[in-house]
Design a protein around this ligand. Sequence first.
Ligand SMILES: [Fe+2]
Ligand SMILES: [Fe+2]
Length: 277
Amino acid sequence: MNKPSREDVRKKVERLGSLPTIPPTITELLRLMDSEDISLKEIADFISQDQSLSARILKIINSPVYGFPGRISSINQSLVLIGTGALKGMLLGVSIFDIMEKTMVGLWEHSIGTAIAAKIIAAKAGIKEIEDASVAGLIHDIGKVALGVCYPELYKETLNIAKENQIYIFDAEEKILGVNHAEAGSWLARKWNFPFSLVYPIEYHHRPSMKRSSVMVSIAHIADSVIKMMDFGFSGDQFAYRIDKDSLDAVGITTKDFTDIFGEIEMAISDKESFLL
Ligand SMILES: [Fe+2]
Ligand SMILES: [Fe+2]
């Protein structure tokens, strides 16, 4: 199969919202949230009609990703806790659990691990929007799912090339598809009018120097690197990459803080059972 053109990939990715792989509830919700003045209560009612989606949201909200004290038992309460900014990403994250595992075995764990790491790093850095940070971690690699769904055969080839040639998945994607998952993910996130606190980490987590103004980019970059270093889950290649020093400075984390951070992440990711939605 020939390499598709950049424009072809972009068009295909942007049309993803109407594909059957994305649950209709999500497509409808994203549309509603954009077009109308919809209240949190109405969103909660809408989600509650979909039992499997509701169950997944409650499961994740009670998991170490959020770690809210005490069990959260209603969708309404969950939405109040995570806030509307993070809601879109969260909905998308939990609804694509199955496609994620199908695209790449281990990608879900990598994503959940990054969400947990992002939360811990954001807390250490004293960032207020901890929930935004964890959702950014959860969906930072959404572009891999987008490319995998749009080009299943070519994405399989991409994974093989990365493995055989021992290269980063990022470079293998560019070689086979002409675009990488960060670009593809940002096309999708922008098309769906995600808040910039989610668009930027998706777009720049591998190139944090391009977006110094966004602290979420620094957090997602560090969280992604750390979770790869810890060898948790699988994200397309097994190479850890060097953490960008300026990103660490941006969130005020020193190398000394890492012992604590690693310890906290280690503890939070030990309960693997709670990750399965
Ligand atoms: Fe990535
Ligand atoms: Fe990643």
